[in-house]
Ligand binder design. Structure first.
Ligand SMILES: Cc1cc2nc3c(=O)[nH]c(=O)nc-3n(C[C@H](O)[C@H](O)[C@H](O)COP(=O)(O)OP(=O)(O)OC[C@H]3O[C@@H](n4cnc5c(N)ncnc54)[C@H](O)[C@@H]3O)c2cc1C
Length: 253
């Protein structure tokens, strides 16, 4: 789920528009573009050439007035660095460690806070069972129950109430070594729009793992819904397993 996104500071933007002599543009642009993230990206991009209107930079003889035309041109030219000004934060809850291992490989333009399985001793070993385990679903679930039982047996051999927090942390971390990669966990992940476009493209590709494909299919839906210009060039392709691939017209801006 999406839990945060970039917001404009109206007062600062007004002062900035005065500095650039772009008050007329601001009055017009804000009506055309109510979306803070898309507005900020446009604002930052226009500041580069003072292209808030004709006459502010003598070298500029025409400007793309409409936010859609402006941002589409940014994507088309591959000027993706301006997309880094706005970001979105997601809470990915009850995802597996398999998912988080893959997610954290995306370094550029991200911030992450992952549940610590050194500190957090799991009360249960929740696992999402992919359809691909059929026809071995029953045996798969039995294997998980067996691991859970063995974990509880080991856990029961320690007197947790008498242990210091430091000792609990050390033992929790030691015991997690028998826990499976599929264990449900949580991660808070922030990415800017340049990164988001790239990760959606890579991680909804049919070659990506099923869980991350499912999650980034949802991320793509949210981005297309909430930032309609920035993601207008993405098209959805239904894949044979019922998941969706999202392919941008302008790749890796
Ligand atoms: C289907 C699939 C299979 C995979 N299989 C494996 C595997 O078997 N083993 C494995 O180890 N990984 C695997 N990966 C992970 C993959 O190798 C990347 O590490 C991961 O997708 C992150 O993407 P990225 O390198 O584009 O980095 P991001 O952090 O998403 O960066 C985005 C872009 O920024 C630039 N960039 C980022 N960091 C640097 C840098 N330090 N120097 C220069 N440019 C930079 C690059 O242009 C990069 O593409 C797989 C990924 C996918 C999608």
């Amino acid at each position: 789920m999406k839990i945060a996104e970039t917001a404009i500071s109206a007062d600062g933007v007004r002062q900035m528009s005065e500095f650039f002599g772009a008050q007329d543009w601001l009055a017009r642009a804000r009506n055309l573009q109510p979306n803070d993230s898309e507005f900020l990206i446009e604002l930052a991009g226009r500041a580069c050439y003072r292209s808030f209107g004709v006459g502010l930079n003598p070298n500029v003889i025409k400007v793309r007035d409409n936010p859609r035309d402006y941002l589409t041109n940014v994507l088309e030219k591959g000027d993706g660095s301006v997309l880094e000004h706005a970001s979105v934060t997601f809470a990915f809850l009850n995802v597996s460690r398999i998912f988080t291992h893959e997610l954290v490989r995306h370094r550029a333009g991200t911030a992450m806070s992952q549940e610590s399985l050194r500190f957090v001793r799991p009360r249960e070993i929740g696992i999402w069972v992919p359809a691909d385990v059929e026809p071995a679903a029953k045996e798969f679930e039995e294997a998980i129950s067996e691991i859970a039982k063995r974990y509880r047996d080991l856990e029961g051999m320690f007197d947790w109430d008498k242990m210091s927090f430091e000792r609990k942390k050390r033992v929790t971390s030691a015991l997690r070594r028998i826990l499976p990669d599929g264990i449900a966990t949580n991660i808070i992940w922030t990415a800017n729009h340049r990164t988001l476009r790239w990760v959606i493209e890579m991680r909804t590709d049919p070659s990506a793992e099923i869980e991350i494909r499912k999650v980034f299919g949802k991320v793509a839906e949210i981005c297309i819904r909430d930032y309609p210009i920035l993601y207008a060039d993405f098209t959805r392709k239904e894949l044979p397993d019922g998941t969706s691939q999202y392919v941008p017209k302008f790749a890796k801006v």
